[in-house]
Design a protein around this ligand. Sequence first.
Ligand SMILES: Nc1ncnc2c1ncn2[C@@H]1O[C@H](COP(=O)(O)OP(=O)(O)OP(=O)(O)O)[C@@H](O)[C@H]1O
Ligand SMILES: [Mg+2]
Length: 396
Amino acid sequence: MLEQYIQAIEENNIVSKTDINGIITFVNDEFCKISKYSREELIGKNHNIVRHPDVPKKIFKKLWDTILSKKIYKATVKNLAKDGSVFYVNTTVIPILNEKGEILEFIAIRYDVTKAVENSNKLLEKEQELENLNLTLEERIKKQTEQLKKLNTNLEERIKKEVEKNREKDRIMFQQARFASMGEMIGNIAHQWRQPLSELDILLFNLKKSFFIQNDKHKFTIYYKSSQKVIKRMSQTIDDFRNFFKQNKEKSQIDVQKLIKEAILIIKETFKSNNIKIIFNIKNSIIINGHKNELLQVVLNILNNAKDALILNKTEDRKIFIDIKKEKSVKIIICDNGGGIKKDIIDKIFDPYFTTKHSSQGTGIGLYMSKKIIEQNGGAIDVYNNCDGACFEIKL
Ligand SMILES: Nc1ncnc2c1ncn2[C@@H]1O[C@H](COP(=O)(O)OP(=O)(O)OP(=O)(O)O)[C@@H](O)[C@H]1O
Ligand SMILES: [Mg+2]
């Protein structure tokens, strides 16, 4: 039975025996197979023939300490085969004692765990790789984030600069628009004054006549008072225009109907001399909150554009219709019969510096400014053609 036991163990295990000094006295076939040594090469040699240099000395010390104190030693050991290949064995070293309890020899029973160890080593390697990758990933993400941050601040900086530039551009444009409308205004004043000036001319002649020729005090007083009235009217005109150029930053209550009337008052004479009729008969006052002069400027821009279109189109019966609607929002609708705007440019008319007029006639900022003004105040401005002209809709 003992023989059979031994056979059973030897069949599946790597078995060796050494004497008390570690000299090999027995090896089974499995030992020879795994160590690549022949039996003859092993018997009589120290067991450290299969020792791997990687295994630290203290492991062997522990082995010897254990088995010399007659205890069983168990460990997984890395070994070196004759051909230099590495194998791992799960090792149990059992000291064999005689009847007196003295160590006779050692039996080592092992089984091959190379595959398992290699697999777990590979796993460890992969884990390490992964860890390294993770580390570098973190590093890389950090770097990328850093770069992105830099880019972001640069971008912010650039956007800030661009916005600043745009603001500056708009400021210059506002200025240009002001100058342009100032030119127009002077034209309007000239028109507005033509009539009273000729009236004054006649009045002065009559004054002179009543004083020097007729010597009529009563007539003189009448002419004098009339002259004063005319001068007052002229001075009022100046005041109206001056008001328009006043910068009022504060929002105020605006009566839209009154504002349209004011706009008409400013351009009335110029339009009259160009045979343009303005049709506006809204009686209800609609009050909104906003910047009065800005809105006035927008209305004037649109009216002046309509005037230009009517003149250019040589429209016979020149008309401008102004309508105010109060629905969800307040709408000012200004339509003319000047032929309308060509389809291929209608999308561009609000662009800065877009104009179809000669450079002495237009700069192309009127509508750009108008749109800016209206949108800055939360409104919208729209354009479309009706049957015989263009319509501008200001939504407030
Ligand atoms: N009522 C209209 N009928 C036909 N075309 C129009 C009308 N209003 C505007 N336009 C077109 O839109 C263009 C742009 O108008 P915008 O007021 O912005 O500039 P402008 O009148 O050319 O110059 P300015 O800056 O002196 O006003 C005009 O040149 C014209 O071609
Ligand atoms: Mg214009």
